[in-house]
Ligand binder design. Structure first.
Ligand code: PGA
Length: 256
């Protein structure tokens, strides 16, 4: 069975104090309920990671990086390596978020190198894919997502890809308040699985986690998480406040 994950991506929000307060509130809640069905993850800004990981080390909350360098180490000013994330306590890393692709022009080759850095350092990559509004209007959404998967991950075999999570995040739904319907999410998630089955095998297609992201909030999470091929969510805005994120964890526990 695919692992079920409710993950928050804080992007460039919360100073250290604000961020650690949210992590503390999540930790207090998770210690009480000890979630059974879902893994819970927060991806704070890099400089919060070591302390966030320290606070959450006894709970079910895992910490993720929002990105990592494609390089192992060296003269790359401003970059943060996968090894550094791991040493600070991160267990996962988001790779290929649409904001990285769009604003930082990250290419398939760079994303592929980042995935390799994550694997080399025992971090689970959450690899993001998703089409723009133009792609969807033109009916190219399936092709765009297939190209993103084969462009960066095409050279890896099924055994390697068992250690990877996919997040489908339609760009038109990220931070816009507009969300894919349950049916649209299900259609793409099923498509991703059939593409993986065709490229690799049915076992990997069944077992790989495919998260949905894009304006997930308590009001729509039940519909989205309730789809048979949706294994959880990658949540931006609604993960910034502990109470809202806790509501999403509860919905995940109930329906995933
Ligand atoms: P959003 O962001 O939930 O604020 O739309 C999701 C994401 O970008 O991961």
């Amino acid at each position: 069975m695919a692992r079920k994950i409710v993950a928050g991506n804080w992007k460039m929000n919360h100073n250290l104090k604000e961020g650690l307060e949210v992590v503390q509130a999540l930790e207090a809640y998770l210690l009480k309920i000890a979630p059974k069905n879902v893994e819970t993850v927060i991806a704070p800004p890099f400089i919060h990671i070591a302390q966030a990981a320290e606070i959450s080390k006894n709970t079910h909350l895992s910490i993720a990086g929002q990105d990592c360098s494609a390089q192992e180490s060296g003269a790359f000013t401003g970059e943060v390596s996968a090894a550094m994330l791991k040493s600070a306590g991160a267990e996962l890393v988001i790779i290929g978020h649409s904001e990285r692709r769009q604003y930082f022009k990250e290419t398939h080759a760079q994303l592929s190198a980042k995935v390799e850095q994550a694997w080399a350092n025992n971090l689970l990559p959450i690899f993001c894919v998703g089409e723009s509004l133009e792609d969807r209007k033109a009916g190219h959404h399936f092709k765009t997502v297939e190209d993103q998967i084969s462009g960066a991950l095409g050279k890896y075999d099924a055994a390697q890809l068992e250690n990877l999570v996919i997040a489908y995040e339609p760009v038109w739904a990220i931070g816009t308040g507009e969300t894919a319907s349950g049916a649209q999410a299900q259609e793409m998630h099923a498509h991703i699985r059939s593409f993986i089955a065709q490229q690799h095998n049915a076992t990997l297609a069944d077992e790989i986690s495919v998260l949905y992201g894009g304006s997930v909030k308590p009001a729509n999470a039940e519909e989205l998480f309730g789809q048979p091929d949706v294994d959880g969510g990658l949540i931006g805005g609604a993960s910034l406040q502990a109470d809202t994120f806790i509501e999403l964890i509860k919905i995940g526990e109930a329906v995933l």
